[in-house]
Design a protein around this ligand. Structure first.
Ligand code: SF4
Length: 311
């Protein structure tokens, strides 16, 4: 069976071996983050609907689980946009729970959590990762470029209420981009907001994969340390995944990417289509290969390509 809405399993820095589910098409989101690794948002909306039919996703998943023999740490709603925009999210989690004991994760940008109905749906999952890059509208608009009805106040209220109601794991991710939200003022505001939020882990991240907006640049390790100290709350700086310890890391995919890039520079889309591997999965390998200096990003006619570095 050819899968259109599920991909991987992919090696994930937080979730180990994770099977991805794409419940919205590329690129439906309530944010248009400058650092987005997927693409610029083409439908900026907070409107919930069944963007991808739930039954199609569940049929693919049933087939995958029937045939998959390896380890699986999480089934993760993530992918090409904001998963809570799919109005059947809660139904899908219920159905997955009937099929398997593999824990379910939802990676959300937090914009709809202020709605009780959305919280009730995500609370069916075992882990919810919430984005929190800014605690006031000035920074929110700069970094996340949200739909106009989204406000920092609603986001904070949503995460706070989730923390009060939910017994599963809450992970907060703070994404920092140089010159955009990397000010002491933003860190202090986030720190203050976290005083009233219950979360199991708070992780600080920066741009490690090709961003939708080329000007989005990463913070240095020193700058990340500074952010961590101001934000407090035991926040940690997220570490790259380890290919040796992650069971989903596939040397055949790594070799195929290198082999393909050696012939000619390629875009993420070229690699994804050429190798038949979801773009999210390609991105994990690109991130690692780039950090190891094996490949580098180049711009050709305004488009990002990856080039092999001869040693
Ligand atoms: S990073 Fe996530 S929340 Fe931000 S635009 Fe991309 S898909 Fe949407």
């Amino acid at each position: 069976m050819e899968y259109k809405h599920i991909y991987g399993p992919v090696p994930s820095r937080r979730l180990g071996v994770s099977l991805g589910i794409d419940p919205v098409p590329l690129k439906v989101c309530s944010f248009n983050c400058v650092y987005c690794e997927v693409a610029k948002t083409t439908l900026l909306t907070t409107k919930r609907r069944e963007y991808v039919p739930a039954e199609e996703i569940l049929n693919e998943l049933k087939d995958f689980l029937h045939n998959h023999k390896g380890p699986l740490d999480y089934i993760t709603f993530s992918g090409s946009g904001e998963p809570t925009l799919n109005s059947k999210l809660g139904y899908m989690i219920d159905e997955i729970k009937k099929m398997t004991n593999v824990p379910v994760a939802v990676l959300t940008n937090s914009t709809l959590l202020y709605l009780r109905s959305v919280r009730e749906e995500v609370e069916k999952a075992d882990l919810v990762k919430c984005t929190l890059d800014a605690a006031e509208d000035k920074y929110l608009r700069r970094i996340n470029q949200p739909a106009k009805e989204v406000t920092a106040e609603k986001i904070l209220e949503g995460i706070r209420l989730l923390g009060e109601e939910y017994s599963g794991n809450i992970l907060i991710e703070i994404m920092l981009v140089k010159g955009i939200n990397d000010t002491e003022e933003n860190y202090k505001q986030i720190s203050k907001a976290l005083d009233s939020i219950k979360a199991d882990r708070i992780q600080i991240n920066t741009v490690v994969r090709p961003p939708a907006f080329g000007f989005a640049r990463p913070l240095s390790q020193k700058e990340l340390e500074f952010a961590k100290n101001v934000i407090g709350h035991n926040a940690e700086i997220i570490k790259p995944f380890n290919r040796k310890t992650n069971a989903a890391y596939r040397t055949d995919v790594e070799n195929a990417i290198i082999g393909s890039i050696k012939i000619r520079p390629q875009t993420i889309k070229d690699l994804s289509e050429g190798l038949g591997v979801h773009r999210d999965e390609i991105l994990k390998y690109i991130e690692l290969l780039e950090s190891e200096g094996k490949i580098k990003e180049i711009l050709l006619n305004g488009e990002k390509f990856y080039k092999y570095i001869e040693k």
